[in-house]
Design a protein. Structure first.
Length: 172
């Protein structure tokens, strides 16, 4: 996956589809979705699936790349993070997301160290879970990019005939 190309595609798609751009809130919301999946799996309640967890991680990445596009941030991918537990990396991910959100509230540019750390911890969370973040984003973006929220504000897709059995997949 060419990150800079994907950032440009996401930014252009979002500019067409939405008047308001707050990807920082989307990142935080999707971190919550991922944490929800982990909690329910750990508690052995409700049905959880790898697909939902993968979707949440990919959506976090898509929102983050949208932020990079809006702020004209060149993302370097050589930032190193320590090998720790999944919980550690989720905590760090949340910590850096909070700092990024604080900057958005003050209309300031996020610190490049927080951005690089966020991206690196997100990649590490995916890796510990057995997935490649770039692959997750690529697969999810292929679906998300087909949505047209201007034409179809309810689902992003044209209405489906009743009982067609082809409900659109819920992404971003």
């Amino acid at each position: 996956m060419n990150i800079q190309k994907t950032i440009q595609e996401i930014t252009e798609w979002a500019a067409y589809n939405f008047d308001t751009h707050i990807p920082e809130l989307g990142m935080v919301e999707e971190i919550g979705e991922y944490a929800h999946q982990l909690l329910k799996a750990a508690q052995s309640i409700r049905e959880t699936s790898d697909a939902d967890a993968k979707d949440a991680l990919a959506d976090i990445g898509i929102y983050f790349l949208h932020l990079c596009g809006l702020k004209k941030i060149i993302l370097y991918t050589d930032y190193r993070v320590a090998e720790r537990t999944l919980w550690y990396h989720i905590g760090k991910l949340s910590q850096h997301a909070g700092k990024i959100l604080e900057c958005a509230a003050e209309d300031e540019r996020p610190d490049s160290n927080d951005l690089e750390a966020f991206w690196s911890h997100l990649k590490k969370v995916a890796q510990i879970s057995g997935w490649d973040l770039h692959d997750l984003i690529k697969e999810t973006w292929a679906q998300v990019s087909k949505r047209d929220w201007r034409k179809y504000p309810k689902t992003g897709f044209p209405p489906q005939p009743e009982n067609s059995g082809t409900e659109p997949v819920g992404l971003v």
